[in-house]
Write a new protein. Structure first.
Length: 349
């Protein structure tokens, strides 16, 4: 072999080595592959989940609902962390933010634990206090509904509440707080994050004409806000809207959510950093823990729909540590029956 061939061989070998060591981009991978990689990232960063919005409930929820293989005792360690937190604080997770109770209850439901029996406290009980829940606006009402419906739980009695909540009161609150332009926000302009949350919460109530109409207005509004790459200004916004589309059985190829050939999933994957997770915005170069955890459970929603599995927050498939009462089982069936049938009947991607 002469020197020219040797140089050419060396160059080609180096090129092959580079190709083998550089991770594929999100566009080159299936949602299931990105899901597995993101789950591995989240697990690596959260070996001991605690009570918290980062490194806690969303990580646990995403990992469990993704079906990722977890180390033995992982969910038990989270359960013990919640028990400890509840015991140390006398059953009070927050005096002002009742979304704390909804978030923790969701994670506990996902691992098969009853949030009504934790360290001697009922973590769902605060969700029966209507006024305290809606102090956080649409955010509070949305997560209260999602947490209650995830396990088909009855709205708890709140003896000390000025106003006892019902599911319909939270539905009506969300309908009344919808902006004239069609979405939801804590301000005056529609926000994809909060709109996605509100839409997800309202999905089990789609048989109400007012809910269906509100949802279609919101979907049209968010469609108009979607960028040319398929997403929004943040990965979290794309994640929340992906969950909402799954909740409403809206295919990713729905023409309202395809921009210049890019779907909403493409928009989320544009912020995917292989081996690291998701960045918050396109301007950033490092993965963001919150964006990564939200990206994880959004991908879980997508992949569960592709596999014909129950929706992300439809936890009728979760094995409980205790038996359901006949009333609770019937409530869960009524709440999610329509969603399950819709997912099974639709070709999501």
């Amino acid at each position: 072999m002469n020197w020219r061939k040797r140089i050419l061989t060396a160059v080609l070998s180096a090129a092959v080595l580079v190709c083998l060591t550089v991770p594929a981009s999100g566009a080159d991978l299936s949602p299931e592959e990105v899901l597995a990689d993101t789950a591995a990232c989240v697990l690596g960063r959260t070996p001991a989940p605690a009570v918290g919005s980062v490194g806690g409930e969303w990580a646990v929820l995403g990992l469990v609902r993704s079906g990722y293989a977890l180390p033995e005792g992982y969910c038990q360690r989270y359960d013990e962390a919640v028990e400890s937190c509840v015991s140390q604080n006398g059953g009070v997770l927050s005096a002002a933010k009742y979304t704390e109770y909804a978030r923790v209850s969701l994670a506990l439901t996902a691992i098969g634990r009853d949030p009504r029996q934790v360290g001697g406290a009922d973590l769902l009980a605060p969700l029966g206090d209507y006024r305290k829940v809606v102090r956080q606006g649409a955010n509070g009402a949305a997560w209260a509904l999602i947490a209650l419906d995830a396990g088909g739980y009855a709205v708890p009695e709140a003896p000390g509440a000025a106003v006892q909540a019902t599911r319909q009161m939270y539905v009506d609150f969300l309908l009344a707080s919808q902006l004239p332009e069609g979405g939801w926000s804590l301000g005056t302009t529609a926000d994809p994050d909060l709109t996605g949350m509100a839409l997800t919460a309202l999905a089990p109530y789609r048989d109400q004409a007012a809910v269906e109409q509100a949802a279609q207005r919101a979907l049209d509004r968010i469609s108009a806000m979607q960028g040319a790459e398929g997403g929004f200004s943040t990965a979290e916004s794309a994640a929340q809207m992906l969950v909402a589309l799954a909740a409403w059985n809206v295919p990713l190829e729905d023409s309202r959510f395809v921009k210049d050939g890019h779907t909403l999933l493409d928009g989320l994957l544009a912020d995917y950093l292989p081996g690291r997770g998701f960045r918050h915005t396109a301007a950033e170069t490092e993965a963001d823990p919150m964006a990564t955890e939200q990206g994880l459970y959004a991908l879980a929603a997508v992949c569960r729909a592709r596999a014909g599995q129950p929706f992300l927050y439809d936890m009728t498939d979760v094995k409980r540590t205790g038996r359901l009462s006949p009333e609770q089982a019937a409530s869960r069936a009524r709440t999610w029956g329509t969603l399950v049938a819709g997912v099974l009947a639709s070709a999501w991607i």
